[in-house]
Design a protein around this ligand. Structure first.
Ligand code: ASP
Length: 464
């Protein structure tokens, strides 16, 4: 039998996992799936995660210490951040456009929306928040017969409170807090905390620059160690990826089995939120299939549509199954270097930064979700308010950790920034995981795209 390419095998694992999960719920085997299949998925994520931090550390140091020309580093840094910002802002813009044209929140029946509106005004009055569009439905006799009670269940309230506490931790204390947060206090602590990846990157860049400033013979041992360690971690990725189809099967079977007791429930919830989910999925698919390929084509002519997807699809499938750009990072690096032909110098610098700060899928999602919820509550947002959303969604996506559901938590900050009720995240929570999977694919594709064009503009792209 002809050997199947890895991405095809991963896709088979993915589809088989979904089929398994549905069959297992139908036959009442969910406990078996959760106890005996899902743990292998968890093992997979753990392996990818523990490889990610040392890989970032060693690959950045080895990439930067090998740069003989430091002005190149500054140029590359500028380009990287510029492109990242540009793609993120475009993503939010596309999200806003789609959600304003389709108006998914307005497709819900009028009565429910009026009820939502009254609840929003009650909440705003209780919390001293200004009502955004200045309208007042509460005192309008036309709506006197509507119920104004808060209908959140205890469970939902607890969930929202927990997420709010998490968001509060992330909230900026001052304008330069993000800069302060980037600098490690103790590198050992940074290495041991998933959320401190930017500190690891900062340390690695500085370490690499210092190495480059010292004559080669003095640091020959350190160089050999760093380069060797880098090779070892890359080999680990290669080995783990050989088993990826099986692991992806386990992961997906587990995720779906845990999502709801019966897949019917998931479908039902999706139906209720169909207009929102479809709008968001359309936006995300647009980024994956139109936006990035167009950017790639305009910079690298030889990289055709098919070639681009063939080369990065293992990373995309993995992003989909793990919902985490950080866990996918080792594989993204492998695909970008080995398949797309981006030099290690560029990929080791651009990708780790991208995994932590460049989240186009997350920013589009935040824009769509916030406006959808405003529409659902009959709140008309002005252009200025929508621009505030662009700004906060961009910042929130930069601040989101590259782990599952991070975008949902940071959305609380976006909602608060325009004076909307952060508890609304409970509305979209039930369908968040599958959408998280798709936005993570966008996040990873965006990083791969930017690294390719930075490499091209630096003459660091091997074209075959
Ligand atoms: N799961 C996403 C990621 O890791 C972040 C998000 O929740 O949007 O890229």
């Amino acid at each position: 039998m002809k050997k199947l390419p890895l991405h095809v095998k991963i896709m088979i694992g993915l589809v088989a996992g979904v089929i398994w999960a549905f069959a297992s719920s139908a036959m009442g085997w969910n406990n078996f799936t959760i106890n005996w299949v899902d743990p292998f998925g968890q093992i997979f994520i753990r392996m990818l995660k523990y490889i990610a931090v040392p890989l970032v550390l060693f690959s950045i140091i080895s990439g930067i210490s090998g740069l003989k020309d430091m002005s190149k580093l500054g140029r590359m840094g500028g380009k990287t951040l510029g492109f990242y910002l540009m793609t993120t802002v475009s993503a939010v813009g596309i999200g806003l456009l789609i959600v304003n044209v389709v108006q998914p929140g307005a497709m819900i029946d009028e009565d429910s929306r009026i009820k939502n509106r009254l609840q929003y005004e009650t909440w705003a009055n209780q919390n001293g928040v200004e009502i955004l569009d200045g309208k007042n439905y509460l005192s309008d006799p036309a709506y006197a017969n509507y119920d104004r009670a808060d209908e959140m269940t205890e469970e939902e309230k607890a969930m929202v409170a927990e997420k709010q506490a998490l968001a509060a931790e992330n909230k900026d204390a001052g304008p330069l807090k993000f800069l302060v947060d980037m600098v490690p206090q103790n590198i050992m602590l940074s290495l041991s905390n998933d959320k401190l990846m930017l500190q690891v990157i900062f340390f690695a860049i500085f370490f690499g620059i210092c190495m480059a400033a010292i004559p080669d013979e003095k640091i020959a041992g350190v160089s050999a160690f760093v380069n060797g360690a880098n090779e070892v971690f890359l080999k680990m990725v290669e080995f783990v990826m050989k088993a990826a189809p099986f692991f992806v099967f386990c992961l997906l079977a587990g995720v779906i089995a845990k999502m709801a007791d019966t897949p019917r429930e998931v479908f039902e919830i999706f139906k209720g939120l169909a207009s929102y989910s479809v709008t968001l999925v359309a936006g995300l698919l647009f980024l994956i299939f139109v936006f990035y390929p167009l950017i790639i084509r305009s910079f690298v002519k030889s990289l055709t549509y098919r070639k681009f997807f063939n080369k990065i699809s293992p990373a995309q499938f993995l992003a989909f199954s793990t919902s985490s750009s950080a866990a996918t990072l080792p594989v993204t690096m492998e695909c970008v270097e080995d398949n797309l032909g981006v030099s290690k110098n560029v990929s080791s610098f651009v990708l780790p930064i991208g995994a932590t700060v460049n989240m186009d899928g997350t920013s589009l999602y935040q824009a769509v979700a916030v406006i959808f919820m405003a529409q659902l509550h009959m709140v008309d947002l002005s252009v200025t308010q929508q621009l505030t959303i662009v700004l906060t969604a961009t910042l929130a996506s930069i601040g989101s950790a590259a782990v599952p559901s991070a975008g949902l938590i940071m959305m609380i900050v976006v909602l608060q920034s325009v004076g909307l009720n952060p508890a609304w995240i409970a509305i979209i929570f039930p369908v968040d995981r599958p959408l998280d999977m798709l936005r993570t694919v966008v996040n990873v594709t965006g990083d791969a795209t930017v690294s390719t064009i930075v490499a091209k503009s630096e003459g660091e792209l091997r074209v075959d």
